[in-house]
Design a protein around this ligand. Structure first.
Ligand code: ADP
Ligand code: MG
Ligand code: ZN
Length: 474
């Protein structure tokens, strides 16, 4: 009997505001340690936090982008715990009145989105920083107080691969909302995964474990896979899954327990007395709504339903808005060319040649690519020759028809010229011709190869095949 994984994600996204969540220190990445601090983010007694309006707007933008319900009034809570990177002795977070609730991204429902401040960064310097003979750690408070949103999903994800794919969709969404750098290596996107398994068809949820802080998309997928396998093995051996927090070590692929349910924190949440509630006005919401771009999930859905693109093409174009915009510009000019064909040229051929560069900044005008696609459609050039034309367009720009003319890349047309080449190829390959006549259809290869060689790839392979069959009477 098969097992079904059930996965819910908790994602922290660092917001790229100018300043920190509750003070006016600038955000920084890679600056010398402890150069962006003040009494508030150092947690000095008597200092007073003030909520960053830009961070609240970013939170609303994320909420709108994910289709959440925005709370007209939300409040901050203190989440109390001790750690050397937390000088206040508590994190300011949101608890039972978060900024946003509900919503969905793709096929995964969002449970809530709330605002909080980030801890500082503990750096383990080990033996190189020995103090009194012991390995040591130091704290960089630059990161302390950086605005974060925490996004919590419902347990709607059913495989490790889907978790990875969905996380990539979330990253693209955050990137296009322009609220974060969303870089997992740099820690501006961090993900915890809650994992359980159950018998296929079962509706109750199994006991979950939580995988902490995986710092790449690949590790998220591998960590969840390893944890699902571990849980299945336990259950098949008649042993229970114990609710605990785990660390996945990507090096060894092993999972180690950080703490069990009994050791779970009691954070003693209480309302932050130094901050007023966040009261969001309809005007604020409308102003943020006006800034929303078309997001990747919507764009991909539009390409699939309105233009009948394959899911892969739709995603390739939607995940890079500059490719999507360029694709639409070409499609508009490619009168009548199938959208999928245009998508293949833009997301495939052109994107491969340009790498990460924006095609709108390239030498290939949308007009020129549209004409090239049309020429292939009319069989004025073969696809192979058109790729050579595209190479030239990428290097120098210009007009595809002129390049075809100048380079002699035009397709050897139907009619006499091609028919003559086919006749010659049949004469040069009498054995193959005999086999094809005798019913061995796949023996046609050498004859077609001969024509393609003679015409330097300028003949349309489909047309050549048709002519060969015609002349051989099969
Ligand atoms: P906790 O109280 O332990 O934080 P929550 O109910 O708040 O748990 O859920 C935290 C995350 O765990 C959410 O993303 C949720 O979707 C996910 N989750 C909850 N129960 C399960 C389960 N049985 N299996 C997998 N994920 C789950
Ligand atoms: Mg939780
Ligand atoms: Zn500060």
């Amino acid at each position: 009997m098969s097992w079904e994984p059930v996965i819910g994600l908790e994602i922290h996204v660092q917001l790229k505001t100018q300043t920190k969540m509750f003070c006016s220190c600038e955000l920084s990445f890679g600056d010398p340690p402890n150069t962006h601090t003040c009494p508030v983010c150092l947690g000095l007694p008597g200092s007073l936090p003030v909520a960053n309006e830009a961070a609240i707007r970013f939170g609303l933008k994320i909420g709108l982008g994910l289709g959440c319900e925005l709370a007209p009034r939300s409040i901050f809570h203190r989440k109390n715990y001790f750690y050397p990177d937390l000088p206040k002795g508590y994190q300011i977070s949101q608890y039972d009145e978060p900024l946003c609730r509900g919503g969905r991204l793709g096929d995964v429902r969002i449970h809530r989105v709330h605002l909080e401040d980030d801890a500082a960064k503990l750096v383990h310097v080990g033996a190189s920083g020995r103090i009194h003979g012991a390995d040591s750690s130091v704290v960089d408070f630059n990161r302390g107080g950086t605005p974060l949103v925490e996004i919590v999903t419902e347990p709607d994800i059913r495989s490790a691969e889907r978790a990875r794919e969905w996380l990539i969709l979330l990253r693209e969404t955050m990137r296009q909302l322009e609220v974060s750098d969303v870089n997992m290596e740099e820690g501006s996107l961090r993900c915890d995964a809650n994992v359980s398994v159950r018998r296929a068809g079962e509706s109750e949820l199994g006991t979950k474990t939580e995988l902490k802080n995986m710092n790449s998309f690949r590790f998220v997928e591998r960590g969840i896979k390893a944890e699902v396998a571990r849980q299945v093995a336990l259950l098949e051996a008649g042993q229970p899954v114990v609710q605990e927090t785990l660390h996945f070590d990507p090096q060894s692929g092993s999972l180690t327990s950080l703490r069990s349910k009994e050791e779970a924190h009691d954070y003693r949440y209480f309302p932050e007395p130094d901050l007023v509630p966040v009261a969001v006005t309809p005007e604020m919401v409308e102003a943020v709504r006006a800034e929303l771009p078309e997001l990747p999930a919507e764009r991909a859905a539009r390409y699939e339903t309105e233009l009948a693109l394959s899911a892969d093409s739709a995603r390739a174009l939607a995940f890079r808005p500059e490719l999507g915009r360029y694709f639409e510009a070409v499609l508009e000019r490619a009168d009548g060319a199938p959208a999928q064909t245009v998508a293949n040229w833009v997301a495939g051929e052109l994107a491969t040649r340009l790498g990460d560069a924006d095609p709108a900044q390239s030498k290939v005008a949308p007009d020129a690519l549209a004409r090239l696609v049309a020429m292939v459609g009319e069989k004025a050039v073969t696809a192979g020759a058109a790729r050579q034309v595209l190479d030239r367009l990428v290097a120098d720009g210009g007009d595809p028809a002129a390049i075809v003319e100048a380079e002699g890349l035009g397709a050897v047309g139907g009619g006499d010229e091609l028919a003559g080449a086919v006749r010659a190829a049949i004469e040069a390959n009498p054995d193959a011709a005999e086999k094809v006549r005798g019913g061995k259809a796949q023996a046609i290869g050498p004859i077609i190869g001969h024509v393609m060689r003679e015409t330097r790839g300028a003949a349309d392979a489909g047309e050549v095949t048709r002519l060969v069959r015609e002349q051989l009477g099969v």
